[in-house]
Design a binder for this molecule. Structure first.
Ligand code: CTP
Length: 416
């Protein structure tokens, strides 16, 4: 075991955490000291402080029982307990909205390939040894016996200085294949390289088909992090590097060939879709639209069927043969994440973008209510006239409110 002294003042320079978060750490540290518990930060914040990179996450771990500290800690910091998990982790919210995760030092025992581990409270050594990579297995003590010390059990400091991504043991990816994707993220984010053991761990995971056994929700969750946790400019590299390791194929996903123009549509999705739809778009962005890949990413049968059906029907010829209003209505019926995904197909891109950027905003000024006031009798006819107004507006034949009203008068006595 190696330890390295690092004054709190220096360590905390890289914590981009609001004042209330730092204050929380101070209170937690005092209470843990009083009770004789070892409290430490682990993973991301330690790695990043040593690399002199800013870190916003606090992975705060206690070798001891949080339940003993929580009542006083919550009272002192005016925090609110939001959630307690079966894995002895707690989520708190501080008064100004900052949320913090509390973790209990734990051992993880894996019983099958790519299955979730059995978790039990343990000492800091077991908690270090359960982790993915040596660079993520460094801890920084806030209380005795390692106050203001970096504790290194697994040559994390050496790998950090050499820029190496090294799993803690060669069965690491058998236990948790998502770690291979995590490794790609750290490689790209930090411009590091894989250690030899990374490739060995990958080979062993391949031998037991660990990636195939990863459940759809876990695979999807991990891939979403390419978009949500990493800078957008790294995205293509993340996908390319995963592909270079064959990770998509091993996970039974058919990766889509990327084009530089995809980034524009991705930008639209980020800007304009609701969070849940955005996540689904991200997943669809990665793959070819085919049954197996959709199922692997957790899309349920009715959703898969719907996506595959429109993908099959919506050829360029089919859409061009539709009347402009029918086309707009067909697009409007689709969930926006499906529509933007279809826009990534070269032959559909122009038609869908024309709809997305312009046509979908073209609607009648007049409402059904206005039509009744203009003498249209209540019922089916109102809807039909409104559609006709929209059709002519889409075609550019009419523009103004006056022209709409004139059209209504002309259509008033027409049979539909
Ligand atoms: N971890 C792990 N295996 C996983 C996920 C997480 O061993 N599949 C451990 C790692 O030690 C990691 C810590 O849990 O450092 C916290 O996970 P996470 O918050 O995802 O990563 P960070 O280290 O905080 O890194 P970052 O958020 O910067 O990617």
């Amino acid at each position: 075991m190696k330890t390295q002294h690092l004054p709190w003042k220096e360590f905390s320079r890289y914590l981009e955490v609001p004042e209330q978060g730092l204050n929380f750490l101070k209170e937690a540290k005092e209470l843990a000291s009083e009770k004789g518990f070892f409290l430490y930060l682990a993973g991301g914040p330690v790695r990043d402080a040593l690399l002199k990179r800013a870190s916003r996450d606090l992975d705060l771990v206690l070798e001891g029982n949080w339940e003993v500290l929580l009542p006083e800690l919550l009272a002192k910091t005016k925090g609110e307990l939001l959630f307690k998990s079966q894995f002895l982790t707690y989520k708190l919210r501080l008064p100004q909205g900052f949320t913090i995760d509390l973790v209990t030092a734990r051992r993880e025992t894996y019983t099958g390939v790519a299955s979730l581990p059995i978790v039990e409270p343990a000492d800091h050594k077991a908690d270090i040894l359960r982790r993915d990579f040596t660079i993520n297995a460094l801890i920084y003590g806030l209380t005795l016996p390692f106050e203001e010390e970096v504790v290194d059990l697994v040559s994390g400091l050496k790998d950090l200085s050499e820029g190496k991504i090294c799993p803690l043991h060669r069965d690491s990816f058998i236990e948790d294949p998502t770690r291979a994707f995590r490794g790609v993220r750290y490689k790209v984010r930090l411009s590091f390289n894989y250690a030899g053991d990374f490739y060995l761990a990958l080979e062993r995971a391949k031998e037991v088909e660990a990636f195939e056994k990863l459940s759809p929700p876990r695979l999807a969750q991990e891939l979403k992090l390419f978009f949500s946790k990493e800078p957008l400019e790294n995205l293509f590299k993340l996908i390319e590097d995963s592909d270079a390791l064959n990770l998509f194929e091993l996970s039974l996903l058919k990766k889509r060939a990327l084009k530089s123009s995809d980034i524009d549509i991705l930008g639209l999705a980020i800007k304009e879709l609701k969070p849940k739809d955005r996540e689904k778009f991200f997943l669809l962005f990665l793959i070819e639209l085919e049954e197996k890949s959709l199922a692997r990413l957790g899309f349920f049968p009715p959703e898969r069927e719907k996506i595959l059906k429109v993908y099959k029907i919506f050829t360029k010829e089919y859409l061009e043969n539709l009347d402009i209003l029918e086309r707009v209505e067909a697009f409007e019926k689709l969930p926006s994440y499906v529509l933007l995904r279809l826009a990534l197909e070269e032959n559909l891109r122009h038609t869908i973008m024309e709809f997305w950027n312009t046509l979908r905003h073209i609607k009648p000024h007049l409402s059904g209510h206005d039509l009744k006031a203009l003498g249209v009798e209540e019922g089916k006819k109102v809807g039909l006239i409104l559609r006709e107004i929209r059709r002519r507006k889409l075609k550019g034949e009419i523009k103004t409110l006056k022209e709409e009203k004139e059209l209504v008068k002309a259509l008033l006595f027409r049979d539909f």
